[in-house]
Write a protein that binds this ligand. Structure first.
Ligand code: BTN
Length: 249
């Protein structure tokens, strides 16, 4: 038995509303850490900000249950661990640095097309006892272009031919390694690695917040994962959640 299969208990479904909702119900009913829900299809896959996540057969849809008590901003660091783990797996598959992490938690190609999105859900209290990490990877297909959203692509269109099962295995192995590193070392090691694999450092960005839109130059992320940028007035500003767009949109 490899070290992966000791930690993970994978529940495989043919169809579900949302793997995140399914995993949340399991967690609320005592499912242990390491439980993973994978489905071939999602009927109502959820994206961030209440969007729908297009979920036909052929792509990877998974949600993991992790259990520990921590504040929400610490949980947010997990999105960097997840996106970095997937980015590394995809780059190892291609042998090139084609895939990059887009703040805060997307994986995109170097020509700015999204292949994966992550949705982290906590119990919603200041101290969480479990967290659901949902990840969708456009493996065989991808949604059509939508106005105002980053273009999507698929691994197939990027020349990667891999079955979802194999992708899941490679991802879980890498994620577990990095998750354990993060638990011991904290965010600093992940932060550096993430920056080395980040899209758009030094580039012009637009940050959409619920009530305003900010412009600036992407400079760094801080020790909590917040984005640091030089705003249009030349001041350094810090934002911990929002949607970032580069001038390709
Ligand atoms: C985003 O980029 O907006 C996040 C997308 C997250 C999609 C995944 S697919 C598996 C899991 N179940 C869901 O309902 N959503 C996440």
């Amino acid at each position: 038995m490899d070290k992966n299969s000791v930690f993970w208990n994978i529940i495989r479904l043919d169809e579900v509303g949302s793997t995140n909702d399914y995993a949340r119900d399991l967690a609320a009913n005592g499912a242990p850490e390491g439980t993973i829900v994978v489905s071939k299809i999602q009927k109502s896959g959820k994206g961030r900000r209440g969007r729908l996540w297009h979920s036909p057969q052929g792509n990877l849809y998974l949600s993991m249950i992790l259990k520990f008590s921590s504040e929400a901003f610490v949980m947010g660091q997990l999105s960097f661990v997840v996106s970095l783990a997937l980015t590394k797996v995809l780059n190892e598959l291609t042998g090139k640095s084609k895939f990059l992490c887009k703040w805060p938690n997307d994986v995109i190609t170097s020509d700015y097309c999204k292949v994966s999105g992550i949705l982290i859900e906590t119990t919603g209290t200041s101290l969480n006892d479990f967290v659901i990490i949902g990840m969708g990877v456009n493996n065989k297909n991808h949604p059509d272009d939508v106005d105002g959203a980053i273009k999507a692509t698929s691994l197939s269109d990027c020349g990667i031919s891999i079955e979802n099962e194999k992708l899941l295995e490679l991802f879980l192995e890498k994620f577990l390694e990095m998750f354990n590193f993060w638990k011991i070392e904290g965010f600093s090691g992940i932060r550096q690695d993430w920056l080395e694999n980040a899209y758009g450092l030094g580039q012009d960005i637009v940050i959409r917040l619920p009530k305003e839109t900010l412009k600036g130059k992407f400079e760094d992320i801080d020790q909590d994962g917040a984005i640091l940028f030089i705003n249009e007035y030349g001041q350094r500003q810090r934002i911990n959640s929002g949607e970032v767009f580069f001038n390709k949109d």
